[in-house]
Design a protein around this ligand. Structure first.
Ligand code: DC
Length: 227
């Protein structure tokens, strides 16, 4: 399967470390442009949740492969966001952001079978977007501009200073281990978190959500005009 070879679908990749503002930004941009919103972090969290339910550890490769083989994937829409489901189970958002998932998700996300499984699924969302008549999609994650959609129309990379990121998580009321996750995500061998060379880099520490969204909307309208 290729990356985005479909010329009619605009793709915005939105990468960055934990708590840099990706989800709020992606949702707001998707709403402003009527794009499909894809949160790939939730895909890794859902896989982690299901593997936890089966008491499978990251080192148990045979069990992990067998479990992935049995996963039946389904995609539905909640407003304009993708809802990724495994075996027709909707996982509660508190369960996806639990301490257990927060501490294990990066370990599962470092494994090749897990990444291959989701790479294939995430690229298939081009067809899902087109079948649902979206003219574009904004996809948030860690490796979207570098690996999943290297030909994205616009690549954005978000950053924020450590104190801003910790404060954001505290406000959300979740116990996260963002430093540990960032270290694993940025240093793993496969598809590490990285800022693509051709990305628009935005430091969100001192910016409001509206200011970040405006910067992205301005850039995508410029890209669309010069197509
Ligand atoms: O965006 P998030 O914090 O919900 O992501 C959870 C974890 O999933 C993150 O720590 C690493 C992994 N992830 C990844 O490896 N690649 C992506 N494209 C998105 C998330």
């Amino acid at each position: 399967m290729t990356a985005n070879s479909e010329p009619d679908l605009s793709i915005i990749s939105l990468d960055g470390a934990a708590a840099t503002g990706k989800s709020s930004t992606a949702r707001a941009v998707a709403e402003a442009l009527d794009y499909l919103h894809v949160d790939t972090g939730s895909h890794y969290r859902i896989i982690c949740y299901h593997l936890n339910q089966k008491a499978i550890e990251p080192i148990e490769s045979n069990k992990l492969l067998a479990a992935l083989d049995e996963f039946k994937v389904n995609t539905t829409l909640k407003k304009n966001s993708v809802l990724f489901e495994i075996n027709e189970t909707q996982v509660d958002s508190d369960d996806l952001r639990s301490y257990t998932v927060n501490t294990q998700v990066s370990q599962f996300a470092s494994l090749k079978p897990v990444r291959d499984f989701l790479l294939c699924y995430q690229r298939s969302l081009i067809n899902f977007a087109q079948n649902n008549h979206f003219k574009g999609m904004i996809v948030e994650g860690r490796d979207i501009g570098s690996v999943v959609f290297p030909n994205a129309t616009l690549k954005v990379f978000l950053e924020a200073d450590a104190s801003t990121r910790i404060a954001r998580r505290e406000k959300e009321g979740h116990t996260d281990v963002i430093n540990e996750r960032d270290t694993i995500d940025a240093t793993r061998k496969l598809s590490p978190l990285t800022c693509p060379n051709d990305a628009l880099n935005i430091d969100t520490s001192q910016l409001s959500l509206d200011e970040v969204v405006s910067l992205i909307l301005k850039e995508i309208s410029y890209k669309d005009e010069s197509k």
